[in-house]
Write a protein of this length. Structure first.
Length: 241
């Protein structure tokens, strides 16, 4: 393990501590408020989100979309890969920001359209992230790993713990995983982003909220993807700590 890998290892440990840290009181209270707000959200909105996630999971598992070519090989250094990943994150943040501002300014119909569009942007990014780290998304197990990264990024506290354990033991656990439960998947995702994305439908502030939310959601996803792949790669690196 070289110095960059050692630093990356230490960053992963700190990231995991933050990821698994128990939600503070404000966050727990906010969650309860969000649940009440969710009850008032029009059924049409829930239907759009559910259908979008269902279709995305099915397409990802089947490999019928989001295909990409490997940009780097496993012989590339971790530092080289992550410089490339940083560039990718910046590009996708800009794309998501523009898309969020545009749909947020267009009222409820375009606001609803943001859900499947943002999902597509996120999944395309994850496929490209896999390619940057030298993993072939033509392989079924790599597409399942991508879905686990997505779930780790956008899920409840308990589900994050469970998903992180799967990612940390991927070589063993991947043999047990046949498919993803899209219903649980969509529920976790919907609960995670509902509150901020619902504000995007509010006239007058939708564009600002949409741009801000999408920028930060992509930044968060980029961080989770980077650390998930670090965990896999560093597991096989010789250690000197």
């Amino acid at each position: 393990m070289n110095h960059y890998e050692q630093k990356a290892y230490e960053e992963v440990q700190e990231w995991k501590r933050k990821l698994l840290k128990r939600s503070n009181l404000i966050k727990r209270v906010s969650k309860k408020a969000q649940e009440k707000i969710n009850e008032k959200i029009p059924e049409k909105v829930h239907t759009v989100i559910t259908d979008s996630i269902k279709n995305m999971v099915k397409m990802t598992v089947a490999g019928s979309s989001f295909t990409t070519k490997m940009e780097m090989t496993r012989n590339s250094s971790l530092e080289e890969r992550e410089k490339k990943l940083t560039e990718k994150i910046a590009v996708y943040q800009k794309t998501a920001t523009v898309e969020g501002a545009g749909t947020g300014a267009g009222g409820i119909l375009l606001g609803l359209a943001d859900f499947p569009l943002l999902l597509s942007i996120k999944m395309k990014f994850l496929f490209e992230a896999a390619a940057v780290y030298g993993f072939d998304t033509k392989e079924y197990e790599e597409r399942l790993f991508i879905l686990h990264i997505f779930q780790l990024a956008f899920s409840s506290e308990e589900k994050r713990k469970e998903t992180l354990q799967v990612i940390e033991n991927w070589e063993e656990r991947k043999k047990e995983i046949i498919d993803m439960d899209w219903q649980e998947f969509q529920q976790e995702y919907r609960d995670y982003i509902d509150f901020v994305k619902m504000l995007q439908l509010v006239p007058g502030i939708g564009a600002i909220v949409g741009a801000y939310a999408n920028y930060n959601l992509m930044e968060h996803l980029g961080e989770v993807a980077k650390n998930a792949y670090r965990i896999r790669i560093l597991a096989n690196a010789p250690k000197f700590y």
